[in-house]
Design a protein around this ligand. Sequence first.
Ligand code: G3H
Ligand code: 13P
Ligand code: ZN
Length: 323
Amino acid sequence: MAVSYKDLGLVNTTDMFKKAITGGYAVPAYNFNNMEQLQAIISACVECKSPVILQISKGARQYANQTLLRYMAPGAVAMAREMGSNIPIALNLDHGDSFELAKSCVDYGFSTVMIDGSSLPYEENVALTKKVVEYAHERDVTVEGELGVLAGIEEHVSSEVTHYTKPEDVQDFVTKTGVDHLAISIGTSHGVYKFKLKPGESVPPLRFDILEECEKRLPGFPIVLHGASSVLQKYVDIINRYGGKMKNTSGVPEDQIKKAVKSNVCKVNIDSDGRLVMTAIIRKCFVEHPEEFDPRKYLGPAREELKKMYIAKCELLGSNGKA
Ligand code: G3H
Ligand code: 13P
Ligand code: ZN
């Protein structure tokens, strides 16, 4: 039976983003797949008084089990309330790829959903996004669409330039679909290998010119930045020191994120940095305490470090103290 997010103590993104745009900050959207990540996100955002968007990808939903997640989300809200906090918490489907998936998430109590039709021809993206918006809005669930494919280093991406968002499309897309917020492509990509750099080269700046053009065409409209992990070197170093092999990683420099959140970018997606923290601490624990076999002895420290990292992210985005 369908459940409304309102009965689970969740909120949609409308108010969060209104405040973020006027306040010149962005709300963090943190992905999670398991209990420890969820605990770290909630305790971090409670401690630094930040609104938060919990994010679940299609893969995460399959991994964690959709029914279990349905109960974890209100559990997370209850945990925050028991800690004496009233921070707004939204639950988002990240990169939904079909109407059926988006509908299912709405019915399971998600308060906001992303429908990512960015790899489809424009008119198909419009039609799919519109269909999701119609279903979601009837239930007061907000919707994120995407225009432009994130520039990536995947083999199938033949030309980075053609995948940047075309500012001339954004107004038409928003008008035709009715989306509440829009993900655009300005030079970030997913994962920990964001830029193919030759020795001595530094990370190219994000395309703030495209962001500005989009904002001109959509004044005051919430923009979403995906692929926003900085790929924190500290954790890559720990991973490599304790037996990992991660070479030529690169992420979005923190000063670029800081600049982006001053604009209408009011949702910033971060997944990879959390993955790096967990992997780094677990690797370190395994090497330093090879006698241990209790998962709490390595998942616990990983959770603690994750919490610190999420607090630092909230400070970077300026969302701390805004709840
Ligand atoms: O945008 C991608 C997110 O990092 C989720 O990744 O599909 O491996 O869960 P995933
Ligand atoms: P990162 O891989 O940079 O963390 O991006 C996550 C993301 O965009 C999730 O939608
Ligand atoms: Zn993404």
